[in-house]
Ligand binder design. Structure first.
Ligand SMILES: Cc1ncc(COP(=O)(O)O)c(C=O)c1O
Length: 387
């Protein structure tokens, strides 16, 4: 058979994170600082809720938009933590934030619509936009301290612009958008009548007080809020998250969720209800403590890095090595047996960084960061050498 397949898909690569992680898996005894997931197991009470639901035969087709009890719990949780006002009919339970982004983007985009993606960005935004036959418009904010430069943003807005995707705190930088950046975003989405997708999956993992765009009441109709149980509750494998949006948008997202997936397993949703009342302070404190210890180590070794304000990633600046980030990551992998993600996968300008993970056992990761520091110092090029 001649396999004629979707051209968009044929032109799409596997994510750089996936490609490099597969290379790293071939190396024995490697310390993996590549992973974007908690080092913790899912808390016992959450697992027990799923077990109880299974025993009670909560195994039938769910209502595709999600259990009413879970959607109510999401509304209460978001009211309490972020002062958001949504009702259960405006909530869609999805297959993680990934499923939420996929359904939301496919709900709002028509062919040739433009979606602005701020770089550095999580690697799935661009392919999801492309898969919807829309056009990703990339704008690098790393040179502006990872904040919004109003003019640069205005320069990429056209009559085709449909949405902006915002992720704060950000994967991979760990930087949160400032109040000033959010003021600019608020002004521009109103002026141009744009959707703004707030991918806030790390909003519980913050190391300092921060401003969140999603809280701005004046743009409630523009906001599509994407959430996940993966990161705060160590539930990456459960594949559950949610989307909140103004009723007309939510109604259509629910349709996409229904036709695309028929919903999330009900016993997983019962576990998610338990998650929302679980205290995760201990896990959050551990990430913060890891961040502080790694920052102190890198500072004492004279290695430049981007100090994260949240999430569990840390960008190490490798520009003094005069190597691209893939060469750096491969050499580090084979000589020091430490795996990190080449910054280039998050945007071309990010080639001067590698992304490390703070969500690993600090007893293992701290010596690995020491080896990264050794490696950078040994491969550092002086100004005379590079001239
Ligand atoms: C910014 C961001 N959004 C979304 C996701 C996807 O999360 P989920 O596991 O809920 O699909 C991730 C996962 O790494 C992420 O970093």
């Amino acid at each position: 058979m001649k396999h004629v397949l979707n051209e968009i898909l044929l032109n799409m690569d596997l994510s750089g994170i996936r490609r490099f992680s597969e290379e790293a898996n071939q190396v024995e005894g490697v310390v993996r600082l590549t992973i974007g997931e908690p080092m913790f197991d899912t808390p016992q009470n959450i697992k027990q809720a799923a077990i109880d639901a299974l025993i009670a035969n909560d195994t039938h087709y769910p209502f595709a938009q999600g259990l009413l009890s879970l959607r109510k719990a999401c509304c209460e949780f978001e009211k309490k933590t972020q002062d958001l006002d949504y009702v259960p009919s405006e909530v869609i339970i999805t297959q993680g934030a990934t499923g939420g982004l996929f359904t939301a983007i496919n709900t709002i985009c028509q062919p040739m619509d433009e979606v602005i993606i701020l770089l550095p960005s999580f690697t799935i935004y661009k392919p999801i936009v492309e898969f919807a036959d829309a056009i990703p418009v990339l704008i690098d904010i790393s040179e502006d301290d990872f904040q919004i430069n109003e003019q640069k943003l205005r320069n990429v807005i056209t009559s085709k612009t449909k949405a902006i995707i915002v992720n704060s705190p950000n994967n991979p930088s760990g930087i949160s958008l400032s109040r000033q950046s959010n003021d600019i975003l608020e002004k521009i989405v109103v002026e141009h009548d744009l959707y703004v997708l707030c991918d806030d999956v790390y909003n519980q993992l913050i190391f300092e007080d921060t401003d969140f765009l999603v809280r701005r009441k004046s743009i409630r109709e523009n906001i599509i809020y994407i959430q996940s149980f993966s990161k705060p509750y160590a539930m990456t494998g459960w594949r559950i998250g949610y989307v909140m949006a103004d009723q007309p948008v939510a109604t259509q997202i629910a349709k996409v969720q229904s036709y695309g997936t028929s919903g999330v397993p009900p016993f997983v949703q019962q576990a998610a209800i338990a998650a929302l009342s679980t205290d995760v302070t201990e896990m959050l404190d551990q990430y913060k403590s890891n961040m502080v210890q790694v920052s102190e180590l890198l500072t004492s070794r004279g290695i430049p890095f981007v100090k994260p304000q949240g999430a569990f990633y840390l960008l190490v600046d490798i520009s003094q090595c005069n190597m691209d980030s893939w060469t750096f990551a491969r050499k580090l992998l084979h000589t020091e047996k430490v795996a990190v993600i080449p910054g280039e996968v998050f945007g071309a300008q990010m080639d001067r960084y590698v992304r490390t993970s703070l969500a690993t056992d600090i007893k293992i990761s701290l010596p690995a960061f020491d080896r990264i520091a050794d490696f950078i110092r040994n491969n550092r090029q002086t100004v005379e050498e590079t001239a």
